[in-house]
Design a protein around this ligand. Structure first.
Ligand SMILES: Cc1ncc(COP(=O)(O)O)c(C=O)c1O
Length: 294
């Protein structure tokens, strides 16, 4: 969807305290060029980002997204974002969103080569209509990501666990899934454990227990997965983080891909195996995820 609104942020030190950061924001024409050709985000994918779901101009789960942005910046040795400055930028962008579902993106780039500061900007756009896929679900294939489960510990330069701008691999995995006749993919570690989808977290149901791969395995800790676990545990259901062997996938009693904008999408098949679906629970989950959450 075309961007509707864009705001460049002049980033300040994380420790700077002010009631009003509006003089550090510059609204720009979302359809016009705005970045220097020397930008390291475009040359090297060197930066981090967040995508925040917006419902009727209410940005969802802003603080968890800002905390993850700070964590991604830390992993990538980028200057720590000033949380209040970014919170105010999100509020400005949310007010510019259309009614219904929208998406706000936050981008923090290393900036121009040898430049003094990172480049930072926020965009807002209407979201795609995901109502059909939330109802009908997706077929997924498993794809080897080529790294062992413990790779994040001994190779931190791979930046696993950071939401970096380098999503070319994730997009290539989606194209491979489409070539294989599926809608989406689930990455596996080279030692045979379940990780995540290219743009979503995975939740599996085994009986009354809901599990997701532990984020220590070099995957992104999803804000939507955290929210869904909160919802389920408030209803007395068991939730947990586990090492999940790929061989467990076909045994699941239900499974979902969850993410901030597409929300909860049931998985109807993994590779050649059909999975049971739980339409009433999926509807409840999406109803909850579409309600205003802070
Ligand atoms: C690789 C990856 N894992 C998980 C997620 C889900 O994160 P969230 O629920 O915070 O959107 C995303 C979201 O874009 C992602 O790109």
């Amino acid at each position: 969807m075309a961007q509707r609104f864009a705001l460049i942020i002049d980033p300040v030190e994380a420790s700077e305290q002010r009631a009003d950061f509006s003089d550090t924001f510059t609204v720009v024409d979302a359809a016009a060029p705005a970045l220097s050709v020397g930008e390291l985000s475009t040359q090297r994918g060197d930066g981090v980002f967040e995508s925040i779901g917006v419902i009727d101009r209410h940005a969802q789960e802003v603080m968890p997204h800002l905390e993850r942005l700070a964590n991604s910046a830390r992993i990538c040795d980028l200057p720590a974002p000033n949380q209040e400055q970014w919170r105010q930028a999100v509020a400005v962008a949310a007010a510019e969103c259309p009614a219904g579902e929208a998406v706000i993106k936050l981008i923090l780039s290393r900036g121009v080569e040898h430049g003094p500061t990172p480049t930072a900007w926020v965009t807002a756009a209407p979201a795609s209509d995901f109502s059909n896929v939330r109802r009908d679900g997706v077929k997924v294939v498993t794809l080897d990501r080529g790294y062992s489960l413990d790779v994040a510990e001994h190779a931190p330069w791979l930046l696993l666990g950071a939401k970096t701008l380098s999503y070319a691999v994730n997009m290539a995995a989606l194209r491979e899934a489409h070539r294989r006749g599926a809608d989406d993919a689930i990455f596996l570690s080279s030692d045979g454990f379940v990780l995540e989808a290219p743009t979503a977290s995975l939740i599996l149901r085994f009986g009354d227990r809901f599990v997701t791969p532990a984020p220590t395995g070099g995957i992104l800790h999803g804000t939507t997965q955290l929210s869904v676990f909160e919802y389920l545990s408030e209803r007395g259901l068991q939730v947990g983080y586990e090492r999940i062997p790929a061989t467990d996938l076909p045994r699941a009693d239900a499974a979902w891909l969850v993410s901030s904008v597409r929300l909860a999408v049931p998985i109807t098949a993994v590779d050649a195996h059909t999975l049971p679906v739980a339409p009433a629970l999926t509807t409840d989950l999406n109803h909850y995820l579409l309600s205003p959450r802070d």
